[in-house]
Design a protein around this ligand. Structure first.
Ligand code: FRU
Length: 532
C-alpha cells in the first residue's frame, strides 16, 4: 500500500467516528500514533516497483546501501556547494555484478544519503567502470558555460565485446561533465581521452589538481603498477611515469588508486592508496598505501614495507573526496570480491563503510596513515552512556546499557597493554568476537560463529591486524551496525572492517579481559537510523 493511500483511508473513514465517542477517540488516537510511527518508517517504491523499507533483515542502518540491486566501488566522490556526491559502481539490472553504470547519492552531512537517478549509462564505447570527479574551478576543460563551474568525471569504459574476444585494449579512459552541480552529466564527444596501449588491466583514473605546475595529474591502475599522467585541460593527457615495480603487495591486480597530500607538522607528505585483488592481508581484496614524495611526475616512496589502510576483510576500492581542502575523507566498499556476489541479501548487495577522516602519525621513523570515523556521526547519537571505570575480568555491558538493538558505537580506553575481547551476540548463541591478543600483538575480528557463513567457504574467518602504536595505553572505537563492525584502534593506526549476517540481530555486548584490567572509561552511543 502506498503511503498516500494509507493517509487518505485514515482521514477519510475515521474522522467522524472520532468525534462521536471519547472512548473510541482514545483507541483512535492510539491507532493514529501507530500509523504515524509506521509512516515514519515509511516504505518507498524502488525503480523496479519493489518495496524498500530500509528495515529489511541485514540492511545497514547507518551505512549507505543502494535501495536495490548490485553496488561495488565508490566513484567520483566530489564535494561541491555543500553536497557530498557519492557515485558508485551499479548494476540496475540485478543483484550481482554486470554492465556497470554510475549510481549516485548525495549527502550534506556524510551521514544521511539520498539516492539520485543513475548518473552515467553504458554506451557504444563500453560500460562505465570506476573513476573520479573534480571541480574544474578555472574551467580548464572549457565545459563551463555562462559562468557555471563544471564538474568533470573521469572514468574507465570497459568494452565487454573486446574483453570477450580476448583483445588486450578494451579498457579506455573517458570524461563527462555537469554544469548543474552534479545532477546530470553529458559525455564528452571525443571520448575516449586516453586510449589503451595494450594493457589488459588499465583502469580507475583518480585525478587531482597539482597546483605547483597548474596541471591535472591522474593516477591510473595499470596491471600491478600505477601509471601517472598529466593534463592541462582534462582532454589531452601525457604519460609521466610508472610506480610500483619493486615495492608493495603484488598478489593480485592493482585497482582504484588515489594520490593526495597531507601536511604533517608543516611537512607535505604524499599518500598513494592502491587497492589489490586478491592479495589482501586477510584474503581477497584490500587496500594498501604508500607514503612518499611526489614532484608532479614521479612518486617516490619512503617505505619498503607493505601497509594496509584497513586490515579487515571488508573495505575495498576506497578513495577520498575531492575538493575538501586539507581535510581528506575516505570511504570504501564494505565487501570483498571473494564473496560479494553471494552475501545473503537478495534485494540489494553491499554497503559502503562509514566515511573516515584520514590523517598521518609518525611512529618511530615511519609516517603511518590513520583513519577515524567522521565526527558528523555525532549528529545521529540518540543516547549516550559513559561507564567511568571497570576493574573486573568479565563485564556484562548489556546489564548496564540494556539490549543493544540497532546501530551504536562503543569506545574504550585501557591504561595498560592487555588482552581483551568484546563479544557481540544474540540469544541464539551466534557471535562476533573483537579484541586484542597481547602475545601476538594483534587486534582481531572473529566471525567464525557469526550466523550465516556457509554461502562461501572462506567467510567463517578470523582476521587480524598488527598493533602499530608504540604507546603504553590503548584505545578502541567500534562502529556497530546490523551487519558490520568497524574497529579503529590507537587513534586510527590499526583499522579493521568486517561484515556478518546473524540470523537475528546481535543484542548482547560483553567485555572480557585476561588481567584484572582497568578500563577507563567506556562510552556507548546508540545511533538513530539514517533512513527516515
Ligand atoms: C574494483 C573494480 C575496478 C573496476 C570496477 C568494475 O572493485 O574491479 O577495478 O573499475 O571494480 O566494477
Amino acid at each position: 500500500m502506498q503511503v498516500w493511500e494509507m493517509k487518505s483511508i485514515y482521514y477519510g473513514q475515521n474522522l467522524q467516528t472520532l468525534i462521536q465517542n471519547s472512548n473510541l477517540l482514545m483507541i483512535k488516537l492510539k491507532n493514529l500514533i501507530t500509523i504515524v510511527l509506521l509512516l515514519s518508517f515509511a516504505a518507498v517504491q524502488s525503480q523496479t516497483g519493489q518495496t524498500i523499507t530500509y528495515r529489511e533483515q541485514h540492511r545497514p542502518q547507518i551505512h549507505f546501501s543502494p535501495k536495490e540491486k548490485w553496488m561495488n566501488d565508490p566513484n567520483g566522490m566530489v564535494y561541491f556547494k555543500g553536497n557530498y556526491h557519492l557515485f558508485f559502481q551499479y548494476h540496475p539490472g540485478s543483484s550481482v555484478w554486470g554492465p556497470m553504470h554510475w549510481g549516485h547519492a548525495i549527502s550534506t552531512d556524510l551521514t544521511h544519503w539520498e539516492e539520485q537517478p543513475i548518473a552515467l549509462y553504458p554506451d557504444s564505447i563500453g560500460t562505465i567502470f570506476s573513476g573520479s570527479a573534480i571541480v574544474d574551478l578555472e574551467n580548464t576543460s572549457g565545459f563551463g558555460k555562462d559562468g557555471k563551474v563544471p564538474l568533470v568525471a573521469i572514468f574507465t569504459q570497459h568494452d565487454t565485446i573486446g574483453a570477450k574476444a580476448g583483445t588486450n585494449n578494451y579498457q579506455t579512459q573517458s570524461i563527462a561533465y555537469s554544469i548543474d552541480d552534479g545532477r546530470t552529466w553529458t559525455k564528452f564527444a571525443n571520448n575516449p581521452v586516453i586510449k589503451n596501449p595494450g594493457i589488459e588491466d588499465f583502469r580507475d583514473p583518480k585525478v587531482l589538481w597539482y597546483d605547483e605546475e597548474k596541471k591535472w595529474v591522474m593516477a591510473l591502475a595499470t596491471k600491478d603498477r600505477i601509471t601517472f599522467y598529466s593534463s592541462k585541460n582534462l582532454k589531452e593527457w601525457t604519460r609521466e611515469s610508472e610506480f610500483g615495480d619493486t615495492v608493495g603487495a603484488h598478489g593480485g591486480v592493482w585497482e582504484c588508486p588515489d594520490l593526495f597530500s597531507i601536511t604533517h607538522q608543516g611537512e607535505k607528505i604524499w599518500v598513494l592508496l592502491v587497492s589489490i585483488n586478491p592479495g589482501g592481508p586477510n584474503q581477497g581484496s584490500a587496500t594498501q598505501y604508500f607514503t612518499g614524495k611526489f614532484d608532479g611526475k614521479n612518486f617516490t616512496p619512503f617505505q619498503t614495507d607493505t601497509r594496509w589502510i584497513d586490515y579487515g576483510t571488508d573495505n575495498y576500492a576506497g578513495v577520498t573526496w575531492s575538493n575538501t581542502g586539507s581535510r581528506k575523507v575516505f570511504l570504501g566498499w564494505m565487501s570483498n570480491w571473494q564473496y560479494a556476489t553471494h552475501v545473503p541479501t537478495e534485494k540489494w548487495r553491499s554497503a559502503m563503510t562509514i566515511p573516515r577522516d584520514l590523517g598521518l602519525e609518525k611512529v618511530g621513523e615511519k609516517y603511518l596513515v590513520t583513519s577515524n570515523p567522521v565526527p558528523e556521526l555525532k549528529s545521529i547519537t540518540q543516547k549516550s552512556v559513559v561507564i567511568k571505570k571497570i576493574s573486573s575480568k568479565i563485564y556484562d555491558l548489556t546489564k548496564k546499557i540494556g539490549k543493544i538493538s540497532g546501530p551504536a558505537s562503543l569506545s574504550i580506553s585501557l591504561n595498560q597493554i592487555s588482552s581483551f575481547m568484546i563479544t557481540l551476540s544474540n540469544d541464539m548463541g551466534e557471535k562476533v568476537m573483537i579484541g586484542y591478543d597481547k602475545d601476538a600483538n594483534q587486534y582481531y575480528i572473529d566471525r567464525t560463529q557469526s550466523g550465516k557463513v556457509s554461502f562461501e567457504r572462506g567467510f567463517a574467518s578470523k582476521s587480524t591486524a598488527p598493533r602499530l602504536s608504540d604507546k603504553n595505553r590503548m584505545d578502541l572505537t567500534l562502529i556497530i551496525d546490523d551487519a558490520s563492525v568497524e574497529l579503529f584502534a590507537d587513534g586510527g593506526l590499526s583499522v579493521m572492517t568486517a561484515i556478518f549476517f546473524p540470523n537475528t540481530s546481535f543484542t548482547n555486548l560483553d567485555l572480557q579481559s585476561a588481567d584484572k584490567v582497568k578500563v577507563t572509561p567506556i562510552k556507548y552511543e546508540k545511533f538513530k537510523s539514517i533512513w527516515k
